[in-house]
Design a binder for this molecule. Structure first.
Ligand code: ATP
Ligand code: MG
Length: 562
């Protein structure tokens, strides 16, 4: 399992950059970019790439551009662009005004394509898509040259211009790089670099009916921006020779180095954009910002902080081989971060009414409670106590086992920050037999003091005052998938959705101090976990809370080999 890294990370990418600086490649400059395609919201895997690219720029006093890689009109939109801008900012990174769109380079890319045609390095192929596939060959079988491969430059130029002018249907012609149909690397067998697509683009609208392929647009966008290190995920390793081939022929003065690293895969999670889109479109989740989604917007709404996400990305580091990271490590980083800074409060999720028979009617005491046990700087708050309280339903058992240190017939328990109470009797629903209320007495001498007679009362439970507590809705989230690797190839992933990934509790009570808690702020509900005020559904005086993570940490156990 991934070991924690120190604050000064070293990895193979940093080794490459160190060496490039030593040999004064690119005059010692470091320029990276984060190039998402705006066809979905960015997720925790993208966050890894964001932290890496912007982190390198920061570490080497270089620059990192944000580039929308928007060369395929299908599925791209301004909504996604806006979400990406917001999410990268929120993660804590700044592109200092260098926000670029690959679609702004369409005219330049077209001119580069003309240049390739003129130098005899590209041709118009008029085979059908199926024929092109057949001609391409396989790993064991060489490709066959297209019968159109030796068209004259004039004919190629003429056809390419007419492709742009919209004279042909989709698929009638493509522009291909003229490389080598016998290359061992299939990517180099005359790859398509332009295709006809009569589809409006969210930025260039209907101005273009031909669009450059990723392999052509990406490397040239990098070179145009003066990128020095083009960091991408491993699946592009085979495309690196093509990347170099194109740049060498068109912008040889500036050759970015493509460096591949392993993409993040996370257990109990899918990170393929296609699958995330399916989850949203088919309604398996409530939108991109559903707190169960691994998207940045979902994690933000869930209550994960940018610090916790960056910490996680630093912990996993970058490697050259794919592996599945345990989602418990992410949850561990989130919990660690909240443990440090989330104020403590008392809230009751499944309430049971408790009447303190010997407590004066109408009396209210205010108890001063620390907001954080280890951080006096976080101050205190007043918590009201009165005759009628709510406690957690499972903190009372009619027939408790021996080691149960909470309430039951004949038993005592300490109310956190308050008194010791003793069970007296209970009220049951006459039809269902369910306990609906319990009656207790309190020992007035035990306010923040042990019992005078030295008797032991080991249990401590949380509570709220019924008259003062604020009704709230609480959403308990669990992992979205019930198997470790729902994203593995060929899995019908929706079959593995966890049916219990969301439990909504509508009859909760949170302590008075949370009445107007700020949307987005997080708290530890003592004994229960960390909870965040939902940004979307919270109404004035009627908070909705999302459970960020439970208190128990499964990662520590895993790390310690238990
Ligand atoms: P698509 O399948 O649509 O290409 P993608 O996940 O590759 O989706 P992009 O928008 O192309 O999405 O990705 C932008 C950048 O984020 C790329 O540099 C890509 O390598 C990186 N990236 C995407 N997914 C991950 C991941 N799981 N781990 C690390 N980096 C990732
Ligand atoms: Mg991609």
């Amino acid at each position: 399992m991934t070991q924690p890294t120190t604050s000064n990370p070293t990895d193979f990418i940093r080794d490459i950059i160190d060496e490039d600086i030593r040999t004064n490649k690119h005059a010692g400059r470091v320029a990276t970019r984060f190039p998402p395609e705006p066809n979905g919201y960015i997720h925790i895997g993208h966050a890894k790439s964001v932290c890496l690219n912007f982190g390198l720029a920061r570490q080497y006093q270089g620059t990192c551009n944000l580039r929308l890689d928007d060369t395929d009109p299908a599925g791209e939109s301004m909504e996604f662009v806006e979400s990406i801008i917001r999410d990268v900012h929120w993660l804590g990174f700044d592109w200092e005004g260098r926000l670029f769109y690959a679609s702004d380079y369409f005219e330049k890319l077209y001119a580069f394509a003309i240049e390739l045609i003129k130098s005899g390095n590209a041709y118009i192929c008029s085979l059908s898509p199926d024929e092109i596939r057949e001609h391409r060959g396989t790993f064991t079988e060489l490709g066959k040259e297209s019968p159109y491969r030796n068209r004259s430059v004039e004919e190629n130029l003429n056809l390419f211009e007419r492709m742009r002018a919209g004279e042909f249907e989709d698929g009638a012609h493509v522009l291909r790089a003229k490389i080598d149909m016998a290359a061992a690397n299939i990517v180099m067998r005359d790859p398509i670099i332009y295709r006809i697509k009569h589809e409006p683009h969210y930025r260039t609208e209907t101005r273009w009916v031909i669009y450059p392929m990723y392999d052509f647009a990406h490397c040239l966008s990098d070179a145009l921006e003066g990128i020095t290190h083009s960091i991408c995920t491993l699946e592009f390793e085979n495309n690196r020779p093509l990347y170099d081939w194109i740049v060498e022929r068109l912008i040889p003065a500036n050759r970015p180095k493509q460096v591949e690293f392993a993409r993040l895969s996370l257990s109990y999670t899918v990170l393929s954009k296609r699958r995330l889109i399916e989850l949203v479109q088919k309604g398996y989740v409530k939108g991109w910002d559903d707190p169960r989604m691994p998207t940045v917007t979902g994690m933000r709404r869930r209550g994960y902080s940018p610090e916790a996400i960056r910490k996680f990305c630093a912990e996993i580091g970058v490697a050259k081989n794919d592996n599945l990271i345990d989602v418990a490590l992410l949850e561990h980083c989130v919990r660690d971060d909240l443990n440090e800074r989330a104020p403590r409060v008392m809230s009751v999720l499944r309430p049971l009414r408790v009447v303190i028979d010997n407590y004066p009617e109408n009396q209210v005491e205010e108890f001063e409670c620390a907001n954080h046990p280890q951080r006096p700087d976080m101050g205190t708050r007043q918590v009201p106590f009165s005759k009628v309280l709510y406690i957690e339903r499972d903190d009372f058992l009619e027939n408790p086992p021996k080691k149960y240190h909470r309430l039951g017939p004949g038993r005592e328990v300490r109310l956190r920050n308050a008194y010791i109470i003793k069970f007296e009797n209970m009220v049951k629903d006459e039809h269902t037999g369910e306990v609906v209320e319990i009656h207790c007495t309190y020992d007035s001498q035990t306010r923040n003091a042990p019992p005078a007679d030295g008797r032991k009362v080991p249990g401590v439970i949380h509570w709220v005052s019924a008259d003062h507590a604020v009704p709230a809705e609480v959403r308990l989230y669990d992992r979205l998938f019930s198997i470790e690797d729902p994203g593995s190839e060929g899995e019908d992933f929706v079959r593995h959705l966890n049916p219990d990934s969301l439990e909504t509790l509508t009859t909760c009570y949170v302590e008075q101090s949370l009445k107007d808690a700020n949307p987005g702020s997080s708290y530890q509900f003592e004994r229960l976990g960390y909870f965040c005020v939902d940004e979307k559904d919270t109404k004035a005086g009627k908070p909705v809370f999302n459970r960020v993570v439970p208190l128990r940490d499964s990662w520590t156990k895993i790390a310690e080999g238990k």
